[in-house]
Design a protein around this ligand. Structure first.
Ligand code: C2E
Ligand code: MG
Ligand code: MG
Length: 730
């Protein structure tokens, strides 16, 4: 889960800043080239539109000459043609095929020997020549011509003069220019640029050529237009560039803010679990092969909940912040600490030897214990060691910090119940436990389907008469793969993963069926108690479920008893009272299991209408036997139960003197190895048989005592106590 979250986060966080900068630079280069090209294109367009008239004039003169001379090439026609052309004004000349000048008007400053040039927008029928006086078109040294742009000072002069004219007084004031001469001086005599060149065109199918002087007039307005165009396009490009830069920077800032929110813990305001995974992952990648050892630590403040209950959550959180601060203060450069959840912190520590690590952790708990001297704060620490990777064998792969933290938690969990600070290390037995947990979870459903779970019965006897009074159904797993497994090895796992509810159903159904079979076989059956886990009690229709299952087997309800562990009574009390009430109204007996094992809830005894109190086996452990105080507690518990109209069962009784003591105290039943261990159903049947036989013998004996003459009159009390076996089977 955390892996996927981390992966998603990495994707969001991926830094594209480098790429954005490259993109921006590329954009700037392209934009500048574009700006230049557009300006040049615009400039050429201005020139082109200005010269169009000049080209038309040359074409017109040529066509005029041809119209007169083409059909009549005598000298007169030519002379009249020259006259007409002269009237057009302008400098021009006409040459023959060899280049010899036939006629000219005005000053001939054309540099024909310098070659021609291709001019954008000039069609193929025109030839361009430079002018020898003005350097607008210049020979390029290779027989061609180049366009010579007048120098910047002249452009500025032209633009400036116009600018001064537009801005007037203001311009002079702002820039401190005393008069417009200052700028006009720059333009010198070329302020209004007339740039001459010559345009030629073929006539009479190439027999002659007309070459006329053309002038490119450039004035300050053209320049102004060009500048306005240049700056407008430049401004657009500039704005786009600025927008791009701002977007990029705000993206980086936003990503940075998001990152810090995502990696900050809500409670401590410091680092959180995700931060730990990311930073730890980086550290592990860098240092795993450096020969260094690391340890992943789960640090938990044991009495945090109590502290919050006694004070407030806000004060509890302030305490966590202090723990976070102090822990971080004690870290080295390559070490990490983050708040995981509740009162748990995760740490990554570097160490040289386990001894030093242990000393360091002890020092840390010492520091943390002293945070609040008015309270006893205890800290449990679980440690999982990450060994340095073998340089030659790197098959180990990357470190799974999440798994390592789970291991540290498993180690820390072994300290549960200790109310002082302590340190526990993850080891092979915990690995085995984890492996076993996985195996159980993997096989549980299949085992249930294949009926691998078997019901064992442990009889309960009357300590005075030693007659069978009841039994408890206890589960056993007989697995074809793993052999015989006792409940202690799988019930806690089922309780954690929720599978226990299936087990409870299974047991109730099987016990009800067994009882029905035995009743049908004519045995005097005794009530059998079935353990129902506390997880099951959250189901509001538990009583109905039990009733339906027992009814499905056709078993009278008084043959089934429901056992609840004492700890379950701390759960939802109202729900518990309601379920017990319903079970009793359906005719089931209800007992409190393991009374005295944990925090005895005398209050529960007051509120719950229970039938049986099962005294925990702990009272009868060999080390407690003979303990006067334990005896007092047991005898008082029995007395208390009697006063509350409850029967008592003593569990785990193994010694004769305990039986005698319990009989003396008036304990109703004993369930312990002193009489029987839990046994399979067929063995339990034999117990029932022998008990039934004993009953018949006892009845016979009593009959002979009370009726020595054999009249057959049985006293009333004996009849009702033992009754006819067939009567019980109803
Ligand atoms: P429990 O319900 O308190 O069951 C009594 C346990 O004490 C049984 O252990 C029984 O074998 C043991 N015992 C009885 N007399 C003696 C004795 O004299 N000496 C010693 N050393 N032990 C004695 P078992 O069968 O191993 O069951 C352990 C626990 O597993 C049960 O405690 C109960 O909490 C749970 N469990 C067993 N079967 C089921 C079941 O079907 N459903 C549920 N929910 N829990 C079950
Ligand atoms: Mg029990
Ligand atoms: Mg018990």
């Amino acid at each position: 889960m955390a892996d996927r979250k981390e992966e998603k986060f990495r994707k969001i966080r991926k830094n594209h800043t480098g790429l954005s900068i490259v993109f921006l630079i590329l954009f700037a280069i392209i934009a500048h080239i574009l700006l230049l090209l557009l300006t040049v294109a615009f400039f050429l367009h201005i020139i082109d539109s200005k010269l169009e008239g000049e080209y038309q004039t040359v074409r017109y003169m040529a066509r005029l000459y041809e119209s007169i001379v083409v059909n009549n090439s005598d000298e007169d026609s030519k002379a009249s043609a020259y006259r007409l052309l002269d009237e057009e004004g302008g400098d021009y000349f006409i040459t023959d095929r060899t280049g010899a000048i036939l006629h000219s008007r005005g000053e001939n400053t054309c540099k024909m020997d310098m070659g021609t040039m291709e001019f954008p927008g000039v069609s193929k029928d025109l030839i361009i020549y430079p002018d020898s006086k003005n350097g607008f078109l210049m020979p390029d040294g290779e027989g061609g011509l180049t366009l010579e742009i007048p120098d910047l000072k002249i452009w500025l002069g032209l633009a400036g003069r116009d600018f001064v004219r537009i801005m007037g007084e203001d311009w002079q004031r702002i820039f401190g220019v005393r008069n417009e001469e200052t700028l006009e001086e720059l333009a010198a005599e070329k302020a209004n640029m007339d740039l001459p060149f010559w345009v030629g065109t073929e006539m009479l199918e190439g027999n002659s050529r007309l070459i006329s002087k053309a002038v490119l007039h450039i004035n300050s307005r053209d320049l102004l237009l060009l500048l306005v165009f240049f700056f407008s396009v430049g401004l657009v490009i500039f704005v786009i560039t600025v927008v791009m830069i701002v977007t990029m920077i705000s993206g980086v800032v936003r990503r940075h803010k998001l990152t810090s929110i995502f990696l900050t813990d809500d409670v401590t305001g410091s680092h959180n679990w995700m931060w730990f995974l990311i930073r730890g992952g980086i550290l592990m990648k860098r240092f795993r092969n450096s020969g260094k050892s690391f340890a992943v630590i789960d640090l938990v403040m044991v009495n945090y909940r109590n502290f919050c209950v006694c004070h407030s959550i806000a004060e509890g959180e302030a305490l966590l912040r202090e723990v976070d601060r102090l822990t971080n203060e004690n870290l080295g450069r390559k070490e990490l600490c983050a708040h995981y959840a509740s009162a748990n912190f995760v740490m990554l520590l570097e160490f040289r030897s386990e001894e030093i690590l242990n000393r360091r952790l002890e020092e840390l708990t010492g520091i943390l214990d002293g945070i609040d001297l008015s309270h006893r704060l205890n800290f449990h620490i679980g440690v999982d060691i990450i060994r340095p990777q073998n340089r030659r064998n790197r098959k180990n792969g990357p470190v799974d910090l999440e798994l390592s933290y789970n291991n540290a938690c498993a180690a820390r969990a072994t300290l549960a119940g200790r109310d002082d600070s302590g340190i526990a290390y993850f080891n092979e037995s915990l690995v085995e436990e984890q492996r076993w947990r996985d195996i159980v979870q993997e096989h549980q459903q299949q085992a249930l389907d294949n009926e691998e779970f078997q019901v064992y019965y442990q009889p309960k006897y009357d300590p005075r008469t030693e007659r069978l009074k009841g039994a408890e159904a206890l589960i056993r797993w007989v697995s074809p793969e793993f052999g015989f497994i006792s409940p202690g090895k799988f019930i806690p796992i089922f309780e954690k993963n929720g599978f226990i509810t299936h087990i409870d159903h299974y047991m109730i159904a099987h016990v009800a069926r067994d009882q029905r079979r035995w009743l049908d076989a004519g045995f005097r059956c005794v009530p059998v108690s079935v353990n129902v886990s506390r997880a099951h009690f959250i189901e509001s229709d538990l009583a109905e479920q039990v009733r339906d299952m027992v009814d499905a087997a056709g078993t009278p309800h008084e043959y089934i008893e429901i056992e609840l562990t004492e700890s379950a009574f701390f759960d939802d009390k109202a729900a518990m009272i309601s379920t017990i009430g319903k079970l009793k109204s359906y005719g089931f007996e209800v007992s409190m299991d393991d009374f005295g094992a944990g925090y005895s809830s005398l209050n529960s005894l007051k509120d719950m209408p229970l039938d049986v109190l099962k005294l925990d086996a702990e009272f009868f452990r060999s080390e407690n036997s003979g303990d006067e105080r334990a005896k007092i507690v047991v005898s008082e518990a029995v007395r208390l139960a009697k006063q509350l109209n409850m029967r008592t069962v003593a569990e785990g009784v193994e010694a004769r003197d305990q039986v005698d003591f319990l009989a003396e105290q008036g304990c109703d039943m004993i369930q312990g190895f002193i009489f029987d261990k839990p046994m399979p159903g067929n063995e339990f049947v034999m117990r029932m048989q022998s008990d039934n036989k004993k009953e018949v013998e006892d009845a016979d004996q009593r009959t002979s005592i009370s009726d020595p003459e054999g009249t057959g009159d049985v006293p009333e009390d004996v009849q009702s106590e033992n009754g006819d076996p067939a009567e019980h089977n109803q």
